[in-house]
Design a protein around this ligand. Structure first.
Ligand code: CA
Length: 239
């Protein structure tokens, strides 16, 4: 299962931007714009990580945070607090609300995503260890599943192993015979054309209208996962 993130934020444009980019990274995202509604939802079911705006209608982010820390079920819930630039962010740090991290608006999306990953990793080291990600593609070794842009991609077992092998070392070029040795079992009789067939199937499965294909053909050599591939990041949030 993709880690679930709840965003509690009352600025629709920011919610849209964060949702788009977190989903593109393979996370499952839900959102609330009102403090009280968020509190109710958090009582029913805790996400894997909470992104919480400080200033909210209904109930402030600080108060939600304080209440979450009082309950056993949410005492250790990873929380990233969003604050406005200036005095408020200084004050909020002093308040010791119990948030794990603070992000001051405006912020860069790649940095925000990196903080989300870091916090999830700290909270549950095993969970992300099984995950390989590049741009908007995420692969989970444990459950043998792949997502692109938050949507699951169904791959055959050979295509899965091919992607798993290539995505581990972006930029590294593998010849067809190296791929046969690594991806297929030793006793199978595979010729090099078969590699091309499975790479073709993998590309087709990964095909996505809004982004280029990350599996690169290196003429005369073989195949590589494109190391420059970043996925369709939205532009950074401006003032
Ligand atoms: Ca707000």
């Amino acid at each position: 299962m993709a880690p679930r993130i709840l965003i509690v934020e009352d600025e629709p444009a920011l919610v849209t931007l964060l949702t788009y980019n977190l989903e593109a990274e393979g996370f499952s995202v839900e959102h609330e714009s009102d403090g009280e509604a968020a509190e109710q939802r958090l009582k029913d079911e805790a996400p894997d990580l909470l992104v919480l705006d400080w200033m909210l209608p209904g109930l402030s982010g600080i108060e939600i945070c304080r209440r979450l820390r009082l309950r056993d079920a949410t005492r250790a819930l990873p929380i990233i607090m969003l604050t406005a630039r200036g005095e408020e962010s200084e004050r909020i740090r002093g308040l010791k609300t119990g948030a794990d991290d603070y992000v001051v608006k405006p912020f860069s999306i790649p940095e925000f995503v990196a903080r989300v990953r870091a916090l999830l990793r700290r909270a549950d080291p095993g969970r992300l260890a099984n995950r390989l990600a590049a741009g908007d593609i995420e692969l989970d070794r444990e459950v043998r599943r792949v997502w692109r842009g938050g949507r699951e991609i169904i791959l055959g077992p050979t295509e899965f192993r091919l992607l798993e092998f290539l995505i581990e070392k972006p930029g590294r070029v593998y010849s067809r015979s190296q791929l046969i040795d690594s991806v297929w079992s030793r006793d199978s009789e595979i010729d090099e054309r078969t590699v091309d067939v499975h790479v073709g199937r993998l590309r087709k499965a990964l095909d996505h209208e809004r982004a280029s294909n990350p599996i690169r053909t290196v003429r005369g050599s073989g195949y590589a996962f494109d190391e420059t591939y970043r996925g369709p990041f939205a532009t950074e949030l401006s003032e």
